[in-house]
Design a protein around this ligand. Structure first.
Ligand code: ATP
Ligand code: MG
Length: 482
């Protein structure tokens, strides 16, 4: 029997509604205003909340917003004044399931409650089904892991994904913060709406506000066209504000206002537009330290940090290396047309005793190289880079800041873009030997041709035979070093 909470300050109306709704077979509870309604919603966890609009202490609109921020999903049905289109529209915009004009038409209300409870049951069983099958295979959306730590992350994601509450994801670089944001999106009712990621560190300070909030034509020199910002692009979906710690203070203040008011003003615009976006912020800094150091506004931090998902560094859940690496082998086989079948025990031991400063991203790069090197059969120690694990061994570093790159395409960095960029770049630091630089260039080129050796040789301007020899040499060398 579904539970329905009835929030109505007028006692006769409340008892009337209660009797009516109970006669249709629902379990009910009453509350006399928004404050009591919210308390009961949290404690009793009803499937549906039917609420009046005008009430003392907290009105229906405010209650609706507060309920939307709760971790469990509740369908809110707003009772609006007869003929008041504005309040009906406003309620729907804020996420109400539906509205009924007062005086309530019982037939209409009954149909609404029926639909809402069916949807509620569907979403519960669908989520439960997905959850169970994913849990068995140690996955949640794009995330893989069977360790206690990852399971704790998974269940937190599941609990808070359906709500609109802001989430702050923290953790070292490469621990999967962006994937968490994607999972939150995937497991929410917003999943078929846009997911937009913006990397605050990658955008020059002068452009960040226009990037996030959009601008009108002529808002500043160079604003030739009116342009939508990330908030508008993510309408009804999820916005990931990555590296939030790098956001300039003035922008942080504006962001806070948007989060509070759920309204947005484009640069140079006189009017405000309503926004319906779920915000997930990520940072690899310690946010409390950033607040103490004055880099992050305390009020913004508290607004974002309603829930905090802390991603553990890979060295603290090395048992996940096995499932993650296996999933990556499958991906890399497909991407590079290889047929690697697994990992030898000695390689696994080696991977599990390494400290992984670049976390899962570094693991992925390592598996990708090894898969290409091996091509087929089992991955073994000889397929690791020769200097792997040595003191001073620098993992592949992916640069995120790209100052002075004002183009729209360049500034909106996503994991995919960065990944592609990383794939197509060889970082050669002074101090690298010519042989090592050559080796890196050859491997990256091979990656870009999906392990097509003839094509790679062509691009590199060497013969296929030379390429074959080089590759053989690399495997031999690494075996010797190891
Ligand atoms: N639990 C996981 N399961 C599978 N793959 C993972 C997992 N965690 C991370 N990855 C892989 O590592 C890559 C990096 O993850 P992600 O971009 O989410 O890290 P991040 O914490 O946002 O890093 P940064 O702080 O550098 O932005 C992903 O593209 C994915 O391939
Ligand atoms: Mg990231």
């Amino acid at each position: 029997m579904e539970r329905v909470l009835i929030v109505e300050d007028e006692i006769h109306a409340r008892t009337g509604l209660t009797e009516l709704i109970e006669s249709w077979g629902y379990k009910t509870m009453g509350a006399a205003d928004g404050v009591e309604g919210l308390e009961k919603a949290m404690a009793w966890n009803p499937a549906i909340v039917v609420t009046d609009l005008k009430m003392p202490r907290m009105d229906g609109m405010e209650l609706l917003s507060r309920i939307a921020d709760l971790p469990s999903h509740m369908a809110v049905v707003m009772m609006t004044a007869q003929g008041s289109i504005e309040s009906a529209v406003e309620a729907m915009r804020r996420g109400a399931y539906d509205y009924v004009p007062k005086p309530v038409d019982p037939l209409r209300l009954r149909t609404i409650l029926q639909n809402a409870s069916e949807q509620h049951a569907d979403s519960l069983s669908e989520r439960e089904g997905r959850r169970r099958s994913q849990y068995e295979s140690g996955m949640l959306g794009p995330l893989v892991g069977t360790s206690e730590k990852m399971r704790a992350v998974f269940s937190l994601i599941e609990r808070i994904a359906p709500s609109n509450v802001s989430v702050l994801v923290t953790g070292e670089s490469g621990t999967g913060k962006e994937l968490v944001a994607r999972a939150l999106h995937e497991f929410s009712s917003r999943h078929n709406k846009p997911f937009v990621a913006v990397n605050c560190a990658a955008i020059p300070e002068t452009l960040i506000e226009s990037e996030i909030f959009g601008h009108e034509k002529g808002a500043f020199t160079g604003a030739l066209e009116r342009r939508a910002g990330c908030f508008e692009l993510a309408e009804e979906g999820t916005l990931l504000l990555d590296e939030i710690g790098e956001m300039p203070a003035a922008t942080q203040a504006k962001l806070l206002r948007v989060l509070e008011d759920r309204k947005l003003r484009r640069l140079g615009s006189k009017s405000e537009t309503p926004v319906d976006v779920r915000v997930v912020a990520a940072t690899n800094k310690d946010p409390e330290q950033a607040v103490a150091a004055g880099e992050m506004r305390g009020d913004l931090y508290y607004r974002l940090n309603v829930f905090n998902i802390q991603m553990p560094p890979l060295r603290e859940h090395v048992e996940d290396i096995v499932p993650i690496a296996h999933k990556m082998i499958v991906d890399m086989n497909e991407r590079h047309h290889c047929s690697v079948t697994g990992i030898t025990d000695s390689l696994l031991k080696r991977l599990m005793s390494y400290s992984w400063p670049g976390n899962v991203r570094e693991l992925r790069n390592t598996i990708e190289r090894a898969t290409i090197m091996a091509g087929t059969g089992m991955l073994d120690i000889e397929h690791l880079p020769p200097q792997f694990g040595e003191v001073g061994f620098a993992p592949v570093v992916i640069k995120t800041a790209r100052p002075g790159e004002p183009s729209a395409e360049g500034s909106r960095s996503t994991e995919v873009e960065r990944y592609l960029e990383d794939q197509n770049t060889v970082r050669v630091e002074v101090g690298t030997t010519v042989d090592e630089a050559e080796r890196q260039l050859i491997l990256k080129t091979l990656m870009s041709t999906h392990n097509n050796k003839t094509k790679a040789a062509e691009i590199l301007g060497i013969s296929s035979k030379t390429l074959q020899n080089k590759l053989k040499e690399y495997s031999n060398n690494s075996a010797v070093v190891d």
